[in-house]
Ligand binder design. Structure first.
Ligand code: DOR
Ligand code: ZN
Length: 346
């Protein structure tokens, strides 16, 4: 039985760090295990211009614990007013590694997002030309569409037409939650990839709703039925290089989640690597964990693999980790996978 695993230092290809006190509270949780992360731009106000991204990167670096080695990979929040020349300059300088598409109203702080995709076509064409990937929050916002169908409908109504219109554009479908998305990515030609979160490999919609509503399992896209979770597990553990880890670790203070209208987001930065080792071992794919967390992402983003390593060890006793991360804005509850964790990062 394998009880020790040495892998290249992983990266998180989709992460929310926020700002101020929350940034200071959660950044060490990611920097402890991960070499780099794609930093989501949905601050208030959002990170729209290269100047915004540069200033935010400086604030992240200033908040890093002494001695930490962590490289924040910055993104720009796409708006209908985004200037293609600014995007090109941000890419050319090496500052920005992706642009994020939020359909307006789809999720937390997405009000400045895109209402009419045709309005951002000039930006997308420039991105295709320079090879800058587009990261997508793949849910339609049409109130007629059931929330559990919003990802599948997005593929038909937005993603597929977009990829046909700008075929050279490199696209990451983020935090996919359905077998529809797995099939769409699996059958695509080059230039399309998907991130999968830790929590969507573990929970389905029953975990969210059966026996009482569990606000810390509420995120967007919302967890779907069990068949979809199993499709995500097969994709993540398959070794297919188009699937890689993007935790979507999204901290909210408990008071903003445990309330009448709670925010979306699961906070998984603290225990993600232990949960993933458990999941991959359970599926007989421990040797493919490194591809998912450390190799496939850099390959898609055309970046070198991290030089460092991460060592995981399986121990008889379940490991302990904090239930909450303290923050001046209010404590943040760490995702509870619902099973004991025996794999520990050492
Ligand atoms: O659950 C989510 N939380 N999904 C998102 O798309 C945004 C994120 C957040 O920023 O809290
Ligand atoms: Zn996110």
């Amino acid at each position: 039985m394998t009880d020790s695993l040495l892998i290249h230092r992983p990266d998180d290809w989709h992460l929310h760090l926020r700002d101020g006190a929350m940034l200071r509270a959660v950044l060490p949780e990611t920097a402890r295990h991960f070499g780099r992360a794609i930093i989501m731009p949905n601050l208030v106000p959002p990170v729209v211009t290269s100047a915004d991204a540069g200033a935010y990167r400086d604030r992240i670096l200033a908040a890093l614990p002494e001695g930490a080695e962590f490289d924040p990979l910055m993104t720009l929040y796409l708006t209908e007013g985004t200037d293609p020349a600014d995007v090109a300059a941000a890419h050319a300088s090496g500052l920005v590694k992706a642009v994020k598409l939020y359909p307006a109203g789809a999720t937390t702080n997405s009000d400045s997002g895109v209402r009419d995709i045709d309005k951002v076509r000039p930006v997308l064409e420039v991105m295709a030309e320079i090879g800058l990937p587009l990261c997508t929050h793949g849910e339609v916002t049409d109130p007629e569409i059931d929330i559990f169908d919003r990802e599948a409908v997005f593929i038909d109504r937005v993603m597929d037409p977009l990829r046909r219109a700008v075929p050279e554009l490199r696209v990451v479908m983020e935090h996919i939650t359905t077998s529809d998305a797995v099939e769409y990515v699996s059958s695509a030609s080059a230039g399309l990839a998907a991130t999968i979160t830790t929590h969507h490999l573990v929970i389905n919609r029953n975990h969210l709703l059966v026996g009482g509503i569990r606000p810390h399992y509420y995120c967007l896209p919302v967890a779907k039925r069990e068949t979809h979770r199993l499709a995500l597990r097969r994709a993540a553990t398959s070794g297919d290089p188009r699937f890689f880890l993007g935790t979507d670790s999204a901290p909210h203070p408990d008071h903003a989640k445990e309330t009448g209208c709670g925010c979306a987001g699961c906070f998984t930065a603290t225990n993600t690597m232990s949960i993933l080792a458990h999941v991959f071992e359970e599926d007989g794919a421990l040797e493919r964990l490194e591809g998912f967390t450390s190799l496939n992402g850099p390959n898609f983003y055309r970046l070198p693999v991290n030089p460092g390593t991460l060592h995981l060890e399986k121990q008889a006793e379940p490991m302990s980790y904090p239930a909450k991360i303290a923050c001046d804005d209010g404590d943040v509850t760490v995702f509870d996978p619902g099973f004991p964790l025996h794999w520990r990062v050492i």
